[in-house]
Design a protein around this ligand. Sequence first.
Ligand code: ADP
Length: 489
Amino acid sequence: MHIVMVTPECAPVAKVGGLGDVAQGLSYELSIRGNLVELILPKYDCMRYDRIWGLTRVYERLMVPFHNQWIHCDVYFGFVDGLKCFFIEPRSPQNFFNRGVFYGQRDDPERYAFFCRAALEFMLKSNKHPDIIHCHDWQTGLVPLLLFEFYKHLGMTHPRVCYTLHNVGHQGLTGEHILRQVGLNPALFMRPDRAQDDYSPATVNLMKTGIVFSNFVTTVSPRYSHEIRSTGMGHGLQRVLNAHGAKFGGVLNGIDYNSWNAEIDPQIPFHYTADKLDDKYRNKEKLRDRLLLRQDFKPLVAVVGRLDRQKGVELVRHAMFYALSHGCQFVMLGNSPDPAINQEFWRLKHELNDHPDCHLELAYNEELSHLIYAGSDMIVIPSVYEPCGLTQMIGMKYGTVPIVRNTGGLADTVFDADHAPRPYHERNGFVFNDYNYQGLESAMNRAVHMWYQSPQYFRELAVNGMRTDYSWNRPASDYLNIYDLIREK
Ligand code: ADP
């Protein structure tokens, strides 16, 4: 099959969170199975250009209609870890993708509306007729609408669209001007069964638009697909998801075992397997040295992730104090686009600056993240909600035992050591239900107690996690089945 991924992120060149990992890992798995996979991304100025191989301008003067004008674009091609990627560079005064950041700009809806139009215009002009266009998150929600409204009539009759919701907490809410900018008549689309937001009649909801106009919609775990349809966690999308329930399902994300694998990871000093777990602890020593923590007989508890309300920042903070007062060391790697949250963690960092058992790294640091996964004993993920979550799966692949809240993809991947209705060899972590201090403490307490009192059981949990298959093997088959179901035959 010929599959084009239209995506705002792809690891490692343009990664903000899990979406970047998914675009890369899924594309890689699909391509090694013999499919032709191409990715289309914006050409951001802040990309990791050192990780793109052979970047060349392959299309000049792509003229993209936008807001009553033609925007002149160049398209570049390069390989990212072997994946074929096209990067769209608009030459316009708005400088859509030269902002030094990926997201968080006031005109994000305009930037990505333009990207959708440009991606389709590029496919049309370069004669690409993929079987499947796979779009991701609100940023690409206009692709299916533009395809069926315009590009189908210009000859792109073949492609079908699969649309993946990575997080319904971000839906791309904007005004109806966005429709005019991409050439659509708002009178036709500002309707409850089309682009209009269900709760605010003057608002265009880009994610909802993607759901309505795609041939199939997925989200990133079965539990999250249930939660957003049926348990009030849909951030207002319940109605449209239920209306389109027949074409909606959850596919659990995988992780890319070429990037995340303790056996071969070039970013960790000591490689190890489930059979040679002792070598993991040499990474723990290295991590302690690097972060100036003392070498001591204590478990090392880690947090890696965006510091966002969704991630349960109050409980992250509590986990830190709880760990430090219960015989553990604590390491956190995270940053936040929210200045108030950032400020709070900087204050904590200064307060704990000289603590021999605690280090807060308030930054984005891919390389350090690998050493933390390898060198820690436990990883805490106390999310308010979690569509899939990759850090628990990555942690498990490195023999780091997850302590998670029972929500979304965390619930689909972590099975409690004491209470899971599963055989012992499938239990791999600690799970708590209630989003409060007691809930978190109950799970941390059991984990820390087991580390000290029953190390052989703790080790078994780590080994069980390492042996579980969280690769893209199965999810890629699920996606291929979906593509096969919807493609034109
Ligand atoms: P989300 O997509 O909600 O941010 P996920 O758990 O799905 O969360 O994916 C997070 C990904 O981003 C993981 O690969 C994780 O290692 C990485 N990550 C998050 N924060 C950082 C950071 N500060 N430095 C390096 N990597 C990070």
